[in-house]
Ligand binder design. Structure first.
Ligand code: P6P
Length: 330
């Protein structure tokens, strides 16, 4: 009888790249375990949200001008605490906080910056819709010295690793470190993320488009032309839109298709944030064979100008994103 392989955790999977990936070190795995620990705690809070009086708004508004949910604060505090003592982290950047958390001097042991949206889609919590944590990891820029923003405002192509955790019927962590996309399912019986699927590939085609149609009259004309075409009978597409980026992206990654959040009058630069939403998901998408653009350029090539800057996002199967870009150039 063949022996059942022992479980493989995120940290063990990452360390297998030792010798091929310069970041595949035990100290980096200690950083990764800060993310896995924090997201396990967040998952446990979300599973019991209705019982713990932690659903609903805090009555505060964050730097994005959005109502802060109680679980946003819990998720943010959990990530800051779990990552704050990891020794090799210099800076933490959160969607919830206007300024970076300086954990230690960036020129000292603090080699990495971790950027995250602690609980994306949190406004859906009371509807029991899948929500998620999105994370991005940058290495400090050796030429930036003590210039904090220089370490933070790096293009997405510089990411060392990135991924997300989706809290749904099961809790799944997907990550890439530039060597494919790998997925881990949280096994509550042992409290560990266990390898479920290696080298996930996004289908090159997918007859699903995902966009908030209510905004369609505000979209650029090329996007409107695409939406007119995609609704034709011969095109044969379905529309799916959950309104929770991690959930819409995860479905696109697994089944193919395209997700769009184009510019609108209310959000002329798009609604989604470049550093800790578009960049990490674009890294995952590309590593799975997909594509991510802002309509003009590759997301990962964009040079950030501000920590919380927003970007239009067209992400998904290569041929589907190409088709949207074709209509936009038309
Ligand atoms: P809209 C959630 O608030 C979020 O930031 C993303 O998770 C989601 O994709 C988007 O906003 C939905 O925005 O304008 O369609 O409600």
């Amino acid at each position: 009888m063949t022996e059942k392989p022992f479980i493989k955790t995120v940290e063990r999977h990452f360390l297998e790249r030792k010798g091929r990936n310069p970041h595949a070190t035990t100290e980096f795995c200690w950083l990764l375990s800060g993310i896995t620990l924090a997201t396990k705690i967040i998952a446990s809070q979300i599973q019991r949200a209705g019982l713990l009086e932690i659903v609903g708004e805090t009555g505060k508004v964050n730097v994005q001008g959005e109502e802060v949910q109680k679980l946003d604060v819990i998720a943010n505090d959990t990530l800051v605490r779990c990552l704050g003592y990891r020794g090799n982290i210099g800076l933490l950047v959160s969607e919830e906080d206007e300024e970076p958390h300086v954990i230690q001097d960036a020129t000292a042991a603090g080699k990495y910056t971790v950027l995250f949206d602690p609980l994306d889609g949190s406004s859906n919590i009371n509807a029991n819709v899948n929500i998620g944590t999105i994370f991005s990891i940058l290495q400090h820029d050796p030429n930036a010295g003590g210039d904090i923003m220089a370490h933070v405002l790096q293009p997405g192509s510089k990411q060392v690793a990135a991924g997300y955790v989706i809290y749904g019927s099961s809790t799944v962590l997907a990550y890439t470190a530039g060597y494919g996309v790998h997925m881990f399912t949280l096994d509550p019986s042992i409290g560990a993320f266990v390898l479920a699927q290696e080298n996930v590939r996004m289908p090159t085609l997918g007859k699903t488009y995902s966009v908030n149609e209510a905004n369609s009259r505000q979209f650029p004309s090329g996007v409107q032309k695409y939406l007119d075409w995609v609704k034709t009978e011969e095109a044969g597409y379905s529309s799916r839109y959950i309104g929770s980026l991690v959930a819409d992206f995860h479905r696109t990654l697994m089944r193919g298709g395209v997700f769009l959040y184009p510019p609108t009058k209310k959000a002329p630069s798009g609604k989604l944030r470049l550093l800790y939403e578009a960049n990490p998901l674009a890294f995952v998408a590309e590593q799975a064979g997909g594509m991510a653009s802002d309509g003009q350029q590759r997301i990962l090539d964009k040079k950030p100008k501000a920590m919380h800057e927003r970007t239009p996002l067209i992400i998904g199967s290569r041929d589907e994103v190409d088709r949207v870009l074709y209509f936009m150039k038309g």
